[in-house]
Ligand binder design. Structure first.
Ligand code: SF4
Length: 249
């Protein structure tokens, strides 16, 4: 059962392995060439992705949801679009490095249109590359391409925000995990400041200088205090409060 779940969760990986095995049996030289190419990209990813994951985790843990919502959220307006464009344009690294960053921003309240702007600008408007473009293709070419690309990005972001809803971007497993998750406290992180008991007095108490849950089985969909709990999760200074997936028990 666990094996089936694992295959389902990594279906693309298993599909790729199956194709490689098929190639190995039918066209071994192509299989070897493909494996070499894949290894090249895997090594490149292994060099880049750890740094991206660390940065993403730090931002996720320490940048308040409110700050992300204000800068990149639905109501951030033109300011959010400009921030997103600048973030994408000045970022370094390949486009796949942008995906975990965008997923984290999305989870923290960024809007779909701003995610499209970040991803698109990251992919095609790298500021250091513009100088190279001028060198090889000329300033006029670069300027016209930049204007047309930028205009297309904003049009695309608008259309995507109308067609793709934020909930659609959540992975099916993630949606299920969110539904099954229960409120929990990492007591080793808790410093007993008592802020949670002030913000959500019906949910938290302090006991032996550590926060405890009044009810151990709180799920987002079965509590009337969802807003207050989310606010408390955001405000906890040590990020000790979180929703734990029941399947990880
Ligand atoms: S707000 Fe966080 S650190 Fe403070 S008591 Fe509550 S859980 Fe502990």
């Amino acid at each position: 059962m666990k094996a089936i779940k694992r295959v389902r969760r990594n279906k693309l990986l298993f599909l790729a392995i199956t194709i490689y095995l098929f190639l190995l049996g039918t066209m071994p030289d192509k299989a070897i060439q493909s494996s070499k190419n894949s290894m090249y990209y895997i090594i490149e990813m292994l060099e880049i992705m750890p740094v991206i994951f660390i940065l993403t985790s730090l931002i996720e843990a320490w940048v308040p949801r409110k700050a992300i919502e204000n800068s990149f959220g639905e109501n951030s307006g033109i300011k959010g679009t400009i921030f997103s464009f600048l973030l994408g344009s000045f970022s370094a690294g390949p486009i796949y490095a942008a995906f975990p960053v965008c997923k984290m921003l999305l989870k923290k309240g960024a809007s779909t249109s701003n995610i499209v702007v970040i991803l698109s600008a990251w992919a095609v408007i790298k500021v250091p590359m513009l100088a190279n473009e001028v060198k090889f293709l000329g300033a006029k070419f670069m300027a016209i391409r930049w204007i047309l690309t930028t205009t297309s990005i904003f049009i695309m972001a608008y259309i995507m925000s109308k067609v793709v809803k934020k909930e659609d971007l959540l992975h099916e497993e993630e949606k299920q995990a969110n539904e099954n998750a229960v409120l929990a406290i990492k007591s080793q992180y808790c410093i007993g400041c008592g802020l949670c008991t002030k913000l959500s007095p019906d949910t938290f108490i302090i006991c032996d200088k550590k926060a405890k849950l009044i009810n151990e089985n709180i799920q987002l969909q079965n509590t009337d205090n969802a807003e207050s709990i989310n606010n408390t999760i955001e405000k906890c200074p040590t990020k000790a409060i979180y929703f734990r997936n029941i399947s990880s028990f």
